[in-house]
Write a protein that binds this ligand. Structure first.
Ligand code: ADA
Length: 552
C-alpha cells in the first residue's frame, strides 16, 4: 500500500509477492541471493550494513495488458526493468515515480529494480553527509491495470471565503489510445459533487479539469481537530466509468501575517522535532508501526509539529500526520551543500525534479503547513543567494497556498534573510559554542531582522545537543544524558520565551545513522542529538522536553 487508504476503487491492482529476491552486483555484497520484504534497505540484511554498490530486487508476477508500475521510492539511483527491458530510471530516494507499459502479454513476468547507493559526480543531492543514504527499495511498490485512459494529478487546495469553505480541485485525464474519445469527469470533495464537463479526449493527449466545490457543515483541520474528508475523481468514457483517483484532504488555511504564521486565522506556536527517516535496523524503510509509534511519542512529548529533515517523507507518514494531528514542515532534499556542490550541473535538475515530485505527490496533505529547501546550504555569496531565490520562486510557483522557508546555518553573513516567507535559523548555543541560549537567540534574530527579515515570522528550525544513550555521569560532561537534558532545557526556554520567535524544532527526535566520514564528531557513526535513540529508547532529555513543551 502506497497510502493508508485506497487511492482507487475502480482501477485494479496486480498482486505482487511480498517476498523479493535480492542480489548484489558489486564487491562486498552477498555470496548468494537473499529473500527480503519490500520496503527494504539492504543495510538491514546481514553482511550488507556498510555495502555501497548496486543490488537488484526481483519479483515474478502474473499480469498483462497496460500496466503502470508505481515505485514509492528507490534509494537512491533506480533502474527498473520488465522482462529485462529498461522501463524507468530515477534519482532520489524520497519521491515516487512510475512507468506505463502497454500491450504486455498476459502471463508471468519478471520485475527487476536495480538500486545504487554509491556517491559520485552525477549525484548532487545524495552526498557524504550527517545522515546516511541507504540502499534499496525503501518505499512500497505497486502495479496497476490501466485501460484506454486514466486519471492523474488529483490536486486539492482549500480556502475559506466569507466563512464558507471551498475546495479547489483539479485532475488530469490522459489518453492511452490512438483514437479521440468522448469523456466526462466527476469529482466529489466531502459532501459536494460536480460533473466537471464532457469533452473529447484527444488520442494520446490529456485534458485537465478543475472546479471549486463549496462545502457546508465543515470541521476545519488542525492538530487538535484533524478532520479529514474524501475526494474522488471518476473518469467516464463512452458512458462507462473506467477509472478513478481518490485522496484525503482537510479544510484548512495557512497564512503569514507580520511575524506570525496563522492556521485558520489563529497564530501558531510551533513546538516540534526534526525527524530523519532512519530507524535502527530498518534504515529509511521505516515500518508503518514504527511511524505510528514515532508520532505517538512526539505527541506524548506535547509536540505539535515535525520537520522532515532533509528530504520529502513517506506519504504514509504524512497520512499519519494528517490523521493523528501533527503539523509538517516538508522540504526538498539538500543538506549543507557548499557553492561548488550547488554548481554541480546536476544540482538544479535534481533539485527541481525533487521539488516538483514533492509538491505534486504531497501537496494535498493538510498537515503540511510550509515548504522548505536548501538546509544550511551556501547563502553568503551572490551565487548561493541566487540559488536560494530560484528555489523559493520554484516552490511558490508550484504551490502558492503555503509559505516557503529554508533553515539557515548558525552564523551571520546570510544574504537571503529577507527572501523567504518565514525566517528559519539553526542555532546550537551551549553545544557548538559556549553562548548563552537567550543571548544567542536575541543576537541572531536581531541581526537577521536588520538583514530584511524584520517583519517575518521566525522559527528556530534546529537547536539541540548530543548524548550517547545510556552514558550517565553526575559530572554531566559532554555526551552524557544529564548534559543534554540541561542544555536542551535552557535552549527551549530561550526560544519559547523569545518574543521574536513563533516556533522551535528540536534537533533531533531520534538518533540517526550518518556517513563514516563524520566519524570524528559522531560516536558510533550516529548523530546522537536525539531525545530518543535509534530504537526510540528515551534519554533523560525526554522528560525535560515533555514538561517544557506542555508549559508553552
Ligand atoms: C545542522 C544540520 C543537521 C545536523 C545538525 C548537527 O544544523 O542541519 O542536519 O547535521 O547540524 O547535528 O550538527
Amino acid at each position: 500500500m502506497q497510502r493508508l487508504f485506497p487511492v482507487h476503487h475502480l482501477r485494479k491492482a496486480v498482486e505482487l509477492s511480498p517476498l523479493w529476491t535480492l542480489t548484489t552486483l558489486d564487491e562486498g555484497g552477498l555470496a548468494r541471493p537473499a529473500q527480503v520484504v519490500v520496503p527494504n534497505v539492504w543495510e538491514s540484511v546481514p553482511g550488507l550494513k556498510a555495502y555501497k554498490g548496486r543490488a537488484v530486487y526481483e519479483n515474478v508476477f502474473t499480469g498483462g495488458g497496460t500496466l503502470r508500475f508505481v515505485l514509492g521510492g528507490v534509494s537512491f539511483r533506480a533502474k527498473v526493468y520488465l522482462d529485462d527491458a529498461l522501463i524507468a530510471e530515477h534519482y532520489c530516494a524520497f519521491t515516487a515515480f512510475d512507468a506505463i507499459v502497454e500491450r504486455v502479454p498476459h502471463g508471468a513476468h519478471v520485475l527487476h529494480i536495480e538500486a545504487d547507493n554509491r556517491y559520485g559526480e552525477d549525484s548532487a543531492l545524495h552526498v557524504e553527509n550527517d545522515y546516511y543514504s541507504f540502499g534499496g527499495v525503501n518505499r512500497p511498490v505497486s502495479v496497476q491495470n490501466l485501460g484506454d485512459a486514466y486519471l492523474r494529478d488529483l490536486t486539492i487546495r482549500t480556502c475559506c471565503e466569507d466563512g464558507s469553505w471551498i475546495a479547489d480541485v483539479s485532475v488530469t485525464a490522459v489518453s492511452l489510445c490512438d483514437e479521440d474519445r468522448e469523456i466526462s469527469v466527476f469529482v466529489s470533495a466531502a459532501s459536494s459533487e460536480k460533473m466537471l464537463r464532457s469533452c473529447t479526449l484527444p488520442a494520446r493527449g490529456s485534458v485537465t479539469f478543475s472546479a471549486s466545490l463549496p462545502a457546508e457543515n465543515i470541521q476545519s483541520w488542525s492538530p487538535e481537530t484533524p478532520a479529514l474528508y474524501d475526494a474522488q475523481a471518476v473518469l467516464v468514457m463512452d458512458g462507462c466509468p473506467v477509472d478513478d483517483l481518490c485522496d484525503r484532504f482537510g479544510y484548512r488555511e495557512i497564512s503569514v501575517e507580520g511575524n506570525q504564521i496563522l492556521l485558520n486565522g489563529k497564530p501558531l506556536v510551533i513546538k516540534g522535532f526534526n525527524r530523519h527517516e532512519s530507524y535502527a535496523e530498518f534504515g529509511s524503510a521505516v515500518p508503518l508501526e514504527a511511524m505510528v509509534r514515532d508520532i505517538q511519542i512526539m505527541k506524548e512529548l506535547n509536540a505539535n509539529a515535525v520537520r522532515t529533515c532533509h528530504y520529502p517523507n513517506d506519504p504514509r507518514f504524512l497520512d499519519l500526520c494528517d490523521e493523528m494531528g501533527l503539523l509538517v514542515w516538508e522540504e526538498t532534499h539538500a543538506r549543507g551543500l557548499n557553492e561548488a556542490q550547488m554548481l554541480n550541473p546536476n544540482f538544479r535538475p535534481q533539485t527541481e525534479l525533487c521539488a516538483r515530485e514533492m509538491i505534486d505527490q504531497h501537496g494535498n496533505h493538510p498537515s503540511i503547513f510550509i515548504w522548505g529547501c536548501l538546509n544550511e546550504c551556501e547563502d553568503r555569496t551572490e551565487t548561493g543567494a541566487e540559488i536560494f531565490r530560484w528555489n523559493y520562486d520554484l516552490l511558490r510557483a508550484l504551490d502558492p497556498s503555503r509559505p516557503v522557508t529554508a533553515a539557515l546555518l548558525d552564523r551571520k553573513g546570510s544574504l537571503v534573510c529577507g527572501d523567504s516567507d518565514v525566517l528559519s535559523l539553526n542555532l546550537y548555543p551551549l553545544w557548538y559554542h559556549p553562548t548563552d541560549p537567550a543571548d544567542h537567540v536575541k543576537d541572531m534574530t536581531a541581526w537577521a531582522a536588520q538583514q530584511g527579515a524584520d517583519d517575518h515570522p521566525v522559527i528556530i528550525s534546529e537547536i539541540g545537543a548530543g548524548a550517547v544513550y545510556g552514558y550517565h555521569d553526575p559530572g554531566a560532561m559532554k555526551w552524557t544524558e544529564e548534559r543534554q537534558a540541561e542544555i536542551v532545557g535552557r535552549q527551549i526556554r530561550a526560544v519559547l520565551d523569545s518574543p521574536a520567535c513563533c516556533g522551535i524544532f528540536l534537533w533531533q527526535f531520534a538518533d540517526c545513522r550518518v556517513d563514516e566520514s563524520w566519524f570524528e564528531k559522531r560516536p558510533k557513526s550516529i548523530n546522537n542529538k536525539g531525545v530518543v535513540d535509534e530504537y526510540r529508547r528515551p534519554k533523560l532529555a525526554y522528560a525535560t522536553v515533555k514538561a517544557l513543551f506542555a508549559r508553552y
